[in-house]
Design a protein around this ligand. Structure first.
Ligand SMILES: Cc1ncc(COP(=O)(O)O)c(C=O)c1O
Length: 381
């Protein structure tokens, strides 16, 4: 039996004539693989983030993979990252032959990594730190950068949630050595599949550029235009390229990002005011301030201990309001069990719930999601 459609989906993409026209133009051009639209997207993204190098790739996981390789992470190295993240970061660490070491988060009002525990997790083999800006809220980059600089360790920002977010006025993704973005369908800049690596370091950029396309010294597009006739191979690279259709969609979506983030911010504030003072529900983080402007990728709530999160979600599912969990902590997966304790992550992991959030949500949808949520929590107390 098929289920009734969601009354409020977790996220949603609005398709309009501009997106359709962008895709149609590329298809009609007859050049579909990486070429002029990708170059245009990269220029636009570099301008948007204010860095010299933006390199488009096939997805956010590829972005992380290339960032790790660019910093030289490999066998024998450790990479510290919060367990409360999507598994892509840990998988890419494993795939480059390094060992992920998971650190804890701050607490139920701040789901970003805890710098004090990051420091405890670092050791002589630490080669890099991957930070997440959870839900688009900057982690304590000041603390992270101080530790990393003192230890001579590279910081990679997993900025999949965070395009348009800032920390002390600096775009997220541009503070560490490299920033990695995802254009997956539910992200703030949705394309379906796609990603971006940004960096200010010429050497890191050259390495990402090379590894993205087989370590070859020229691209098919350059040869097609007669700008090159052959190529050499300098690295055992990958095909992590993005195609022209996705790049064209991403250019349109990038032009809408700020407006979309502003709408998300307003919706997040509405959730916050509707849920303020409701027993057993905490909204972590807070409103934007001078130090931190969020991209408001996720509307996450934390339930009080003892509330049955799965039962709450089931009741909301039955009322056709979609929820999710960001994330099952990585250290609980069979592949990633570790000895070092993560008491705060353990404490919050079963209490987090992600509520619907997307730019074109209506006030009625936010109110329905909220009342369904409060009702489900009160029923399950
Ligand atoms: C925090 C985080 N990191 C990395 C990724 C991986 O991105 P992608 O799905 O584009 O490979 C995602 C997205 O799914 C994510 O949410």
């Amino acid at each position: 039996m098929t289920e009734a459609p969601w009354r409020v989906p977790l996220s949603d993409i609005r398709v309009d004539e501009d997106l359709l026209a962008a895709a149609r133009d590329v298809l009609a051009s007859g050049w579909w693989s990486m070429g002029p639209r990708v170059e245009e997207l990269e220029r636009a993204f570099a301008t948007f983030t204010g860095v010299p190098h933006a390199l488009a790739v096939s997805n956010g996981t590829a972005a992380l993979h290339l960032a790790l390789l660019a910093t030289g992470c490999g066998p024998g190295d450790e990479v510290v990252l919060p367990s409360l993240n999507f598994v892509a970061a840990a998988n890419t660490v494993t795939r480059v032959g390094a060992t992920p070491v998971f650190c804890d988060v701050v607490g139920e009002t701040d789901l970003n990594l805890d710098v004090a525990d990051l420091e405890r997790a670092m050791g002589p083999r630490t080669k890099a730190i991957i930070v997440l800006h959870y839900g688009g809220f900057a982690c304590d980059l000041e603390g992270v950068m101080a530790l990393a600089d003192a230890a001579g360790v590279a910081v990679i920002e997993d900025a999949a949630h965070a395009p348009g977010g800032t920390w002390n006025g600096r775009p997220l993704g541009t503070v560490g050595a490299l920033g990695c973005f995802s254009f997956f369908s539910n992200k703030n800049l949705p394309v379906g599949e796609g990603g971006m690596v940004v960096t200010s370091d010429d050497g890191l950029a050259a390495r990402v550029r090379s590894l993205r396309s087989h370590g070859m010294t020229t691209l098919t597009w350059q040869r097609h235009r007669g700008h090159a006739s052959t190529y050499d191979v300098l690295d055992a690279g990958f095909n992590f390229r993005i195609d022209e259709v996705r790049a064209a969609l991403a250019i349109v979506q990038l032009g809408r990002l700020e407006q979309g983030n502003a709408a998300r911010r307003a919706h997040a504030a509405r959730y916050r005011s509707l849920l303020d003072g409701v027993e057993s529900i905490t909204m972590p983080f807070g409103a934007d301030d001078a130090q931190r402007a969020s991209s408001h990728h996720l509307a996450v709530a934390v339930l009080a201990p003892g509330v049955d999160r799965d039962a709450v979600r089931a009741r909301m599912h039955d009322a056709r309001v979609q929820t999710s969990v960001h994330y099952p902590p990585i250290h609980r997966f069979t592949l990633y069990r570790q000895e070092r304790p993560l008491p705060v992550t353990e404490d919050v992991a079963d209490r987090i719930v992600t509520l619907p959030l997307f730019p074109h949500m209506t006030g009625a949808e936010i109110e329905l999601a909220t009342s369904t949520f409060v009702d489900a929590v009160e029923t399950r107390l």
